[in-house]
Design a protein around this ligand. Structure first.
Ligand code: GRF
Length: 211
């Protein structure tokens, strides 16, 4: 059977952000919303880390937040179901993973298939996983970058929406390369969310067409 074609909705979107750390991608998306570059609102920011700086930033920005520690709900499926229930009750159209350091259950990925995005600091499918800036340096690749992709149960392997390329310099450290990539992350993640709510992303199998 051919894969179904999915077209993102053209609407004022309700976004849920999930993060575990500093939250700079969350802020880039929120800034783009505040600047009216994206027709959406952030209805909830969720973190598995109560002390995440990104969660504090969300509170400072007057957004609704929720911290849910894995200790409260050790069962992974139950944990994810709680978040799905929260998203459903708030009418979330799109989930943006922004440095969320937990692997989502397959049930979660299925429930939000084509409705959840992630940003990854490498040119997927090269260098999935963690510490990927160091891996790019160790491999001696000349270029790396970042990828916004739809979330799929196969971690870091969902359909690719946007990518940006940066050079890897001979004297790069993990931090210097990460900083160069981050500038591009802050550019393409809001851009992908904008395209989503302009109804311009069409997913056909593992390819995403920008209409
Ligand atoms: C970014 O490098 C992102 O690509 C990766 O996690 C990091 C999150 O950074 N998924 P921030 O919390 O958005 O500043």
């Amino acid at each position: 059977m051919p894969d179904e074609i999915f077209r993102s909705p053209k609407k004022h979107g309700r976004v849920m952000v999930m993060l575990s750390g500093r939250g700079s991608n969350f802020m880039a998306i929120h800034d783009a919303i505040l600047d009216k570059r994206i027709d959406a609102e952030i209805a909830l920011v969720v973190s598995n880390k109560a002390e995440a700086p990104g969660l504090a930033a969300a509170r400072d920005r007057g957004l609704a937040t929720m911290a849910l520690s894995a200790k409260e709900i050790p069962d992974r499926s139950a944990y994810d179901r709680k978040i799905i229930a929260e998203a459903e009750s708030r009418g979330i159209d799109l989930i943006c993973l922004a440095g969320y350091m937990r692997v989502l259950t397959p049930e979660f990925c299925l429930a939000y298939q084509n409705r959840a995005l992630n940003i990854h600091p490498a040119l997927l499918p090269s260098f999935p996983g963690l510490h990927v800036q160091q891996k790019a340096i160790d491999w001696g690749v000349r270029y790396s970058g970042c990828t916004v992709h739809f979330v799929a149960a196969d971690v870091d392997m969902g359909p690719i929406v946007l990518q940006a390329v940066v050079p890897v310099l001979q004297d790069d450290s993990e931090d210097s390369l990460a900083a160069r990539i981050l500038v591009e992350e802050h550019r393409i993640y809001p851009e992908a969310v904008r395209l989503f709510f302009e109804g311009r992303l069409e997913v056909r199998g593992r390819r995403v067409f920008i209409i």
